[in-house]
Design a binder for this molecule. Sequence first.
Ligand code: IMP
Length: 433
Amino acid sequence: MRKDLVILGAQWGDEGKGKIVDLLSSYYDVVVRYQGGSNAGHTVHVGGEKFVLHLLPTGILHPHTMGVIAQGMVVDLELLVKEIRELESKGISVRDRLFISDRAHVVLPYHKVLDALFERKDKIGTTLRGIGPTYMFKYARKGVRMCDLEDRGRLYNLIRENVEFVKDLCERVYCENHSLDVDTILEQTLDYYEEIKDRVGDTTIFLLESSKRVLFEGAQGTLLDVDMGTYPYVTSSNASALGLSNGTGLPPKFFAKSYFVGVSKAYTTRVGEGPFPTELQDEEGQRLRDIGKEYGATTGRPRRCGWLDLVALRHAVRVNGLDGIILTKLDVLDSFEKIKVCVAYECEGKLMEDFPSSLRALGKVKPVYKEFDGWLSNTMGVKDVSKLPSKAKDYIEFIENYLGVPVVMLSSGPRREEYAWLKPFLQVEVIKE
Ligand code: IMP
């Protein structure tokens, strides 16, 4: 029986998916990224070395895995080539194990110009990697896809038309001039393409015809999903399970037997603007930031920190149809005497248990907390659940009961080997058969 694995961010991204994907990829043959682009920053610590991957599927660090960049991604070729070369310089050759969709859209310099411009006008706190405008052009049917790079004449016309449009917009609407040059963009794009062109093709057919075990690696998180997140303070792709089918080009029923796991920190963080009901703007928030080293992997920005929000997390469980949760960074709470979790919102005297669609409502809610006594002992590096302090077990059990799904695994530190299984995890048993 085929059992693929889907790993998704259950919060606002930065949940520690990189480490989990890296760890579990050892059980899979193919690892697929299918949405977002270089806005992601997946950090992995292997053998004393730190890797931060933005575009390549994290699972590709294992020598046996094949990495797929599927059609729903937006690809910055300069960064992709840089990432491939960097891994090669560390002795990890990925070129032969990489397959890039010819339908994926290409991020170009004029997308980044627009990203920066929009941010100056209405700040969302984007990563400035040109992600939103690339999707914008995709849906306006003005995008450049990987397959367009095979036709120089067509590519020239597309870039020229888009550059003219962007320059015009900048000048007329925003009174700004930009020195975007069509020929330079064309030549640079084709130079980078040359380095990877033999790895580009129809990844959908490849996945449909393959009998291999596949791990689907989500980027960002459910609350940043363009439809199910805190719109408009979201990314521009479907970062929840909703993005799987359009991001891979695979029919929804392809995923019917997959196991869906959501990664969540034992507390909450977010970068960028937007509502965050359990945010702590005080010393406790700073403590979480310091202990958890909460600074963005892509932009280096300090992350906003707060207590675990179970209302938001249950929204993620429902939207993604999660079978289990992988809890990360429990050890960050080790020294806290009191730990709070949000179990409901209060809005104008009314209790709310569901995550609201309206930003106005979310901006007004006050978290209703349940308070726990801290366990005040070290859980860093723990590999055996029975060794967890009983108060930490109580904390985990409460989360499970509230969400109605099990916490199947704990990540107990940044390194590959720092984890503990909590519940028998389907995939691994299947693989061992
Ligand atoms: P964009 O994806 O760069 O357009 O940014 C939109 C929003 O998503 C901003 O709030 C970003 O900070 C956030 N975001 C994008 N990628 C990530 C990520 O990988 N982790 C956390 N937040 C992200």
